[in-house]
Design a protein around this ligand. Sequence first.
Ligand code: HEC
Ligand code: HEC
Length: 143
Amino acid sequence: MKLQLIAAATLLLLTACSGQSNQQTAASVNLTSLAGNVAITETAPAPEMASYPKRGDSIARTFAEQPPLIPHKADYAINLKTNRCLTCHAPTKAKRMKATSIPTSHLGDLKGDINGKYYSCTQCHTPQASNTQAHVGNLTDKE
Ligand code: HEC
Ligand code: HEC
């Protein structure tokens, strides 16, 4: 009896599994572009890569208390788990990384921990690249 039950259960399990392997093929969808059936004839060149000042060059500040501009790319992760800016600019690491240490105004305590208000660096500091790309004109340009 017990053996029969086990056999029945196994059979049930096998049929249940085989149902999953039954793959359904998606029906093809006809999509039309909003522009209609138009061939693409114009291709735009890729935008110019941003070029930053030479390593070690800082950009002159233009007003008192200005958060200095970032002379390098700034797509480093700043999130709950990590702040990549601090891997170079933390007071304990700056000298070795040849970067300027964050000023004492940014610190929360004497141990060198950052003040939470200053955690989100790119809220105040913004990268400055010399981009040779032409600016988009405005209405007065067209007059
Ligand atoms: C790989 C190391 C490294 C990382 C990561 C890094 N920096 Fe820098 N940073 C430098 C170096 C080197 C300089 C150039 C020396 C200097 O002026 O401090 C610099 C310069 C700066 C300056 C200019 C300082 C001044 O006095 O003109 C600012 C502001 C700055 N970084 C902010 C940031 C921010 C914000 C982040 C994160 C988005 C960041 N950095 C990530 C290395 C780094
Ligand atoms: C609330 C705005 C604000 C935030 C957020 C902020 N800063 Fe600053 N930062 C400033 C201002 C303003 C100055 C210039 C005045 C000063 O030294 O306090 C400055 C100065 C600096 C300097 C130059 C120090 C020197 O001695 O020349 C560095 C480097 C710097 N910040 C890095 C950072 C990094 C890295 C972060 C993120 C961890 C950050 N800052 C977050 C406003 C900010």
